[in-house]
Design a protein around this ligand. Structure first.
Ligand code: PLP
Length: 240
């Protein structure tokens, strides 16, 4: 939409604008207005802008970029993605009055179904996940993703089974590479690779995306990566 169409969409019943941002090269809703203009227009109508940045970490600076720098009223991040916290958790940051409204849905005010309830263990989990992330060395983590992708590329460089190439940025537009598997043997296809990895003692779930399997290092520890690599080497061995 253009600015004018967006502006005309406001009515007296508009309570908030929900915006899905992307980083350079990531997926953007077709025809989406840029966030800066969205915020400017919304402010004119005194309507808060809430940014859905569930998958927009890294970079760490996004924790304050959308709110402090661009002026959005609140931003939400998934606890179970890059933060590596419990899957059921998330983080909302922003203006206090808005967050107070969110808090009012909490204990002891909730009613039917106790929605938004997460356990004490999960609260501790997300607290620690945020703490670890904020204190982590961003550069090192970025390098680890690149290291994993390069390691796969090198390891299978001369394989007549499958090879890898670097694909950047990842599907959510996060600034780190994924390893894209290129099948080299007519004896296998992506479905076979997927089923093989799934059948191992440590099952590895991969999704076929547009006909390709990608190994995304975003959530992988080096220990976990070793398991992935070992399974791929085994598959290569079996096909010899
Ligand atoms: C993953 C994602 C969500 C959902 O987050 P969960 O923490 O998995 O509930 C919402 N919005 C966007 C843009 C996402 O990428």
């Amino acid at each position: 939409v253009d600015e004018e169409t967006f502006e005309q969409a406001f009515t007296e019943n508009t309570c908030a604008v929900f915006y899905l941002p992307s980083s350079e090269g990531g997926w953007v809703a077709p025809g989406a207005l840029d966030l800066k203009t969205t915020i400017q227009v919304s402010k004119k109508h005194h309507v808060p802008v809430i940014v859905d940045a569930a998958a927009q970490l890294p970079p760490k600076s996004n924790l304050w970029h959308f709110t402090k720098e661009l002026g959005a009223d609140a931003v939400v991040f998934s606890g179970g993605k890059y933060l590596k916290g419990p899957q059921s958790t998330g983080v909302i940051l922003g203006k206090k009055d808005l967050l107070d409204w969110v808090s009012r849905h909490n204990f002891p005010n909730y009613d039917i179904g106790r929605m938004h309830k997460i356990s004490r263990e999960e609260l501790v989990g997300i607290y620690n996940a945020v703490k670890e992330y904020v204190l982590s060395d961003e550069e090192e983590e970025g390098n680890q993703a690149t290291w994993i992708v390069n390691d796969l590329i090198q390891e299978f460089d001369k394989s007549n089974c499958f090879t890898f190439e670097s694909s950047y940025p990842n599907e959510a537009g996060q600034p780190m590479p994924r390893a894209k598997m290129i099948i080299q043997s007519s004896k296998i296809n992506v479905e076979l690779v997927r089923d093989y990895l799934l059948s191992k003692e440590n099952p590895i779930y991969t999704k076929i995306d547009n006909g390709y399997i990608y190994i995304n290092p975003m959530m992988l520890s080096l220990e976990e990566y070793k398991i992935v690599k070992a399974s791929l080497l085994e598959l290569q061995e079996e096909l010899k």
